[in-house]
Design a protein around this ligand. Structure first.
Ligand SMILES: [Zn+2]
Length: 191
């Protein structure tokens, strides 16, 4: 059995007019799918498939938590995700994505694998800007990053909103407390 076999929905073999599936997307799922946005998480997906005269309607309700790097300090942070998405699936000669959520699958197979679609729904549910709650950032990292990113007007403006307890004293900035600081420094020095 392949890693993603359990996400195959047999539309052709569907007996009832409506069918319900539940999936839990866990760390193993995200590791297997190996997408760029999410590597870890625990997300529940409820999928209701409805057969209509012209197509299959797949309604996904996605709720859970993913761990993604914080924009400000790069440490992982918990990001709640919640999304409602719909796919329409029709039978045709060969696989095609027609428009944003209309999928054509070969009629002789009649099966759609929803693993990647579910991954995309999760990835798209992550807000563009995601940061730790005030004061929860890795202080050494965020301070270094701020200094090096302080080149665009946008960043200058955002600095104004950083709560005071996020700002470091001189002493703290002199002490690299996180081993990743060295890795970051290497990257920054090379640029
Ligand atoms: Zn942070």
């Amino acid at each position: 059995m392949g890693k993603f076999d359990k996400y195959k929905i047999d539309l052709k073999g569907m007996q009832a007019d409506s069918c319900k599936y539940e999936f839990v997307l866990d760390n193993l799922f995200f590791a297997n799918i190996d997408g760029p946005e999410v590597q870890k998480g625990k997300v529940n997906v409820e999928l209701v498939v409805r057969k209509t005269s012209r197509a299959f309607e797949l309604n996904f309700q996605t709720d859970g938590m993913v761990w993604v790097p914080c924009d400000r300090c790069l440490d992982d942070m918990e990001q709640p995700v919640s999304s409602t998405d719909k796919l329409l699936v029709k039978f045709g000669h060969e696989y095609a994505e027609e428009g944003e959520n209309l999928i054509v699958i070969p009629e002789d197979e009649g099966i759609i694998n929803v693993a990647w679609f579910m991954y995309e729904f999760v990835a798209l549910a992550i807000p563009m800007k995601h940061v730790h709650a005030p004061g929860k950032c890795n202080k050494a990292m965020s301070s270094k990053l701020r200094k090096h990113l302080r080149t665009t007007p946008d960043e200058e403006e955002e600095d104004a909103f950083i709560p005071e307890d996020d700002v470091l004293t001189e002493e703290e900035t002199e002490t690299p407390i996180d081993p990743r600081w060295n890795e970051l420094k290497k990257i920054l020095d090379n640029n």
